[in-house]
Design a protein around this ligand. Structure first.
Ligand SMILES: Cc1cc2nc3c(=O)[nH]c(=O)nc-3n(C[C@H](O)[C@H](O)[C@H](O)COP(=O)(O)OP(=O)(O)OC[C@H]3O[C@@H](n4cnc5c(N)ncnc54)[C@H](O)[C@@H]3O)c2cc1C
Length: 287
């Protein structure tokens, strides 16, 4: 089935876009986290969100979740790894799952650059962002996993079922119970080394030989997520209608640039969804 739209991101930008699509009775998918966004929950006190005087992030998060539930919005917790043009619409890949949509609204928050030394160079040659896609390549091998959110721990368990030895570099405090072949390491990874393929990690304590590394972060670098998407200073280039350079693809919130603010994100999500609605209307006229 081809959906009218896919909204990627459950922060204020994604929520605002999803609400509008729902009001307009569109058939859409909303990807992100059931707890919406860490950036909402973590705020101590919010003084600049209309209607919420000195609210904590948790208060705003609960209000957002309550509204989403009452509006009947459903969140798909799959992480979208890659989006590719597919005829006149887009295919969205989430591990082994595949979705199709006529329009895409990117509300992915501040995007991460490939931050480890040589990460971008070795992407697809021993560096992977997707356990489900590439895990089977490492059967019986020694791998490293870098992960910045406990929400992805199930992926670590999955990789531990396949690989013989998992060197785990969590970047969050409370680590769950992991299988015996997982060694938790508190060191920072300084870089990735190899020739044709990844062969080792550079650590402060020395070299760690590995066959590959999985990097599980909350967001994916824009260049890996959607090839051909125009960016500027690691932000998606948009016009006032939140249109990107790709037809039917819109962006909203922190991913389009500063200021990084809730109300800017919510406003842009609203504009992006209106632009997507107009685009869908035009598509229908062509049929
Ligand atoms: C501690 C803290 C305090 C803050 N205080 C304030 C404040 O007082 N006032 C203010 O205006 N702003 C504040 N901000 C900034 C505000 O949090 C951000 O501007 C806002 O959350 C941006 O919203 P967003 O929707 O663009 O993205 P985000 O809130 O970052 O949400 C992005 C979502 O997209 C999901 N996602 C990303 N990539 C994918 C993918 N590939 N597949 C599926 N899901 C994906 C993420 O998991 C996340 O759920 C604060 C930020 C922090 C960290």
């Amino acid at each position: 089935m081809i959906y009218d739209s896919a909204v990627i991101g459950t922060g204020p930008a994604g929520l605002s876009a999803a609400l509008n699509l729902k009001i307009h009775n569109k058939n859409f998918l909303w990807f992100g986290s059931k707890t919406l966004s860490e950036k909402i929950r973590k705020a101590e006190q919010i003084l600049n969100y209309p209607g919420f005087y000195a609210a904590s992030g948790e208060t705003l998060q609960n209000a957002f979740m309550d509204q989403a539930e009452k509006m009947g919005l459903e969140i798909n917790e799959s992480m979208i790894n890659e989006i590719v043009p597919f005829g006149d619409h887009y295919a969205l890949m989430a591990g082994a799952d595949f979705f199709e949509a006529k329009t895409v609204i990117l509300a992915t928050g501040v995007s991460v650059k490939a931050t480890l030394k040589n990460e971008a160079e070795f992407l697809g040659r021993g560096v992977s962002y997707c356990a489900t896609c590439d895990g089977s390549l490492y059967r019986g091998k020694k791998i490293a996993v870098l992960c910045n959110n406990a929400r992805f721990e199930h992926e670590v368990r999955y990789l531990a079922e396949i690989a013989a030895d998992v060197q785990y570099f969590p970047q969050y405090p409370s680590i769950g119970v992991l299988p015996e072949n997982v060694t938790v390491r508190k060191e920072r990874i300084l870089g990735i080394e190899g020739a044709m393929k990844v062969s080792a990690l550079e650590l402060a304590s020395g070299k760690l030989e590995i066959d590959g590394i999985f990097i599980l972060r909350d967001s994916i670098s824009l260049s890996s997520l959607l090839k051909g998407l125009e960016t500027e200073d690691n932000h998606i280039r948009v016009n006032r209608r939140m249109e990107t350079n790709l037809p039917g693809v819109y962006a909203a919130g922190d991913c389009t640039g500063r200021p990084y603010q809730y109300t800017k994100a919510a406003g842009e999500g609203n504009v992006a969804s209106h632009s997507a609605l107009e685009y869908l209307d035009e598509l229908e006229k062509k049929v």
